[in-house]
Design a protein. Structure first.
Length: 525
C-alpha cells in the first residue's frame, strides 16, 4: 500500500474474520470520531456514544436511511430510538450485535476503535460492512490497522511484523516465538544494544573534547561496551536460521525402493491414513504432500513413488517426479527394508551418490527382526547417529537389540558410507516404534544446534537480519580502527550502526520500507 496516500485519522473499516460461514464475524473500525460515525447505523446511538473504553454495548445494526445522515444522538424522523428499533418502521434491522468500544489512546491502533461482533453468515457480514462504507468509512488497506498502531507509537516494526508472523504461523512453537517478539523481547534486546552504543559515543565525545594527548586516535577509548554490543548482535544474527525454519518450514521428501514402507511412514507421521498402503509394488505412482509438525517445526512432507526401473509410463513419471522433488528437498528420508540387509545400502547408492541434500537413512520394518524384550523401549540407542560424530557413534550403539546387535552395527557401518548422511534411524512404520526418534533426528539435522530457547529474542524477518548484519559490519569496523585514524571515524561507524538499528525498530524508516512491511498483511490487521 502507499502509506502516504491516505490521512492516518481517516475512519476506516475492514472485515477482520474470514469471509466464510461461521458462528461469528468481526468488523473493525478505527479513526477519528469512528464511534460517533458508527452510531448512525446502531439502534442505541446514545448508549454507544457515551460508552467508556473497554466496554461492550448490545444493540442492532440497522440499514442507513437518508443517505446515512441520521442524527448520531438518536434524533430525527428516520432514526431508530434507544431501545427496540422496531419502534421505528423505517429502521430496517440487519443483525443483532455486540460492539466492543475502545477509546484513544488505549486501543490497538492508538485511535478511537470499535469491533462489531455479529453472526458469521457471509451475507450479513458483507451487508454490515457495506453499510459502514455507505455512511462514510473507507475500506482499510492491507495492514493499515497495524500501520496505525506503529505511527501512533503503540508498536515498533518488530512488533508489527510479529503480528503477521502469528497469523501465518503453522505450529504452536512458531506462534510462540512470534508472540515473544510481539511482547517486545526483540525490541528490548535492540534497545539494550543501542544504549551500550550511546554510552560508548558519550565516552568518545569526552575523549574528543578533553584529550589526554594532542592527537586523538581510534583505539584510545574503552571498547568494552562496543565489544559487548558486537557479541549481542552476533548472537541475534545467528538466530535467523532457526527462526526462519520455524516460520517458513522445511521440505522433507520420503524416497526409497518400492515396498520400503514410505506410504506407511507418511501416514504414521501425519497420524492419519492419507496415502494408500499395499504390498503391491508401484502402488504409489505420483507424489502426495501434507504439512506436519516436527516437534514444532512446520514441514511439508512428500510421499513419492518407489524408485525402480519400470515399463509403466505413468509409474515412470512418478519415479522421475520423486527425483525432481528430492533435488529441492531440505532433508531426505531414504527408507530401506531392514530385512534386505546391506543390499539395501547398495541400491540406495545408485540414487544418493552425488547428492548434496542431507540424508537420514531410515531402516524400516524393525518389527520383523527378532529382538529381546528390551528392544522396543531402548530403540533410541540405535537412532540419530551423526555420520561425522565418532563420539555419538559409541554412545548410540544399539546394544538393546540382543541377538541382532551385530547385524544392526554392520548395517550402520554399511550406510555410513552414504554421501551427505546426517543420521540413521531404526523404525517400524507399521507399529510406530522409532517414529519419535526420527522426528527428533530430523529436527536436530535441520537446526544443527541453532535452535533458540523459549523466551530468547530472535530475528523475525530477512529485513531484520539484513539490518543487524549491516550494524555489525559498522561496529566491527569501528572496533578494528587503530592508530592513524581519528576518533571521528569511530563515531561515524557507531552512528551508522545506530541508524541501522533504528531502521530495524522503525525509529528511522523510509516510506518504501514501510510499504514492504505492511503490504503483506491481510486486510483487517
Amino acid at each position: 500500500m502507499d502509506n502516504t496516500g491516505y490521512t492516518p485519522e481517516e475512519p476506516i473499516a475492514a472485515v477482520a474474520t474470514a469471509l466464510a460461514p461461521a458462528a461469528l464475524g468481526i468488523i473493525r473500525v478505527s479513526g477519528k470520531n469512528s464511534i460517533q460515525l458508527l452510531s448512525k447505523i446502531f439502534s442505541r446511538p446514545k448508549a454507544l456514544n457515551q460508552a467508556a473504553g473497554n466496554t461492550i454495548v448490545y444493540g442492532w445494526i440497522v440499514e442507513p436511511t437518508d443517505n446515512g445522515m441520521k442524527d448520531p444522538n438518536g434524533g430525527g424522523q428516520n432514526a431508530p430510538r434507544d431501545g427496540d428499533c422496531s419502534q421505528d418502521q423505517k429502521a430496517v434491522r440487519i443483525d443483532e450485535v455486540l460492539v466492543s468500544v475502545f477509546r484513544a489512546p488505549k486501543s490497538f491502533t492508538g485511535e478511537e476503535m470499535a469491533e462489531i461482533s455479529c453472526h458469521g453468515g457471509t451475507a450479513v457480514v458483507t451487508k454490515i460492512f457495506n453499510a459502514l462504507l455507505q455512511i462514510g468509512f473507507r475500506q482499510a488497506e492491507r495492514g493499515e490497522f497495524t500501520f496505525r498502531a506503529y505511527i501512533n507509537g503503540k508498536a515498533d516494526l518488530t512488533k508489527a511484523e510479529a503480528v503477521r508472523e502469528i497469523i501465518e504461523s503453522r505450529t504452536n512453537a512458531s506462534s510462540q516465538k512470534a508472540a515473544g517478539r510481539l511482547a517486545g523481547n526483540l525490541s528490548e534486546r535492540i534497545a539494550a544494544i543501542q544504549k551500550s552504543l550511546v554510552d560508548t559515543l558519550a565516552q568518545i565525545e569526552v575523549e574528543i573534547e578533553y584529550p589526554e594527548d594532542e592527537e586523538t586516535i581510534a583505539d584510545s577509548y574503552d571498547q568494552t561496551k562496543l565489544l559487548e554490543a558486537i557479541a549481542s548482535l552476533e548472537t541475534l544474527a545467528s538466530t535467523w536460521k532457526s527462526e526462519k525454519l520455524y516460520q517458513e518450514g522445511a521440505r522433507l521428501v520420503l524416497c526409497g525402493k518400492t515396498n520400503a514402507g514410505k506410504s506407511s511412514l507418511f501416514n504414521s507421521l501425519l497420524k492419519e491414513e492419507r496415502s494408500i498402503v499395499s504390498d503391491v509394488e508401484g502402488t504409489t505412482r505420483d507424489w502426495i504432500e501434507s504439512w506436519i509438525s516436527l516437534d514444532g517445526i512446520p514441514a511439508r512432507l512428500f510421499d513419492t513413488a518407489g524408485l525402480r526401473q519400470t515399463s509403466d509410463e505413468i509409474e515412470a513419471r512418478g519415479v522421475q517426479s520423486a527425483k525432481e522433488l528430492s533435488d529441492d528437498a531440505d532433508l531426505l528420508f531414504y527408507l530401506a527394508d531392514i530385512t534386505q540387509g546391506a543390499a539395501a545400502v547398495t541400491e540406495a547408492m545408485d540414487f544418493l551418490s552425488g547428492r548434496t541434500e542431507s540424508v537420514i537413512f531410515v531402516w524400516n520394518k524393525i518389527d520383523k527382526l527378532e529382538t529381546d524384550h528390551n528392544a522396543g523401549q531402548n530403540n533410541e540407542a540405535a537412532q540419530g547417529q551423526n555420520a561425522g560424530d565418532e563420539n555419538s557413534s559409541q554412545a548410540q550403539d544399539p546394544a538393546a537389540f540382543g541377538a541382532n546387535q551385530k547385524l544392526l552395527q554392520d548395517l550402520k557401518a554399511a550406510a555410513a558410507k552414504i554421501p551427505s548422511l546426517a543420521a540413521q534411524v531404526f523404525v517400524s512404520a507399521k507399529d510406530g516404534s522409532g517414529v519419535k526418534d526420527l522426528v527428533a533426528a530430523a529436527k536436530n539435522v535441520l537446526l544443527k544446534g541453532a535452535d533458540t530457547e523459549r523466551g530468547q529474542a530472535g530475528l523475525g524477518s530477512e529485513r531484520q537480519k539484513r539490518l543487524v548484519e549491516q550494524a555489525l559490519e559498522s561496529l566491527r569496523h569501528a572496533a578494528g580502527l587503530q592508530k592513524g585514524y581519528s576518533l571521528d571515524a569511530a563515531v561515524q561507524d557507531i552512528e551508522d550502526a545506530l541508524d541501522f538499528l533504528g531502521e530495524l525498530t522503525g525509529r528511522v524508516t523510509a516510506d518504501d520500507i514501510l510499504d514492504s512491511v505492511f503490504s503483506h498483511f491481510c486486510v483487517g490487521k
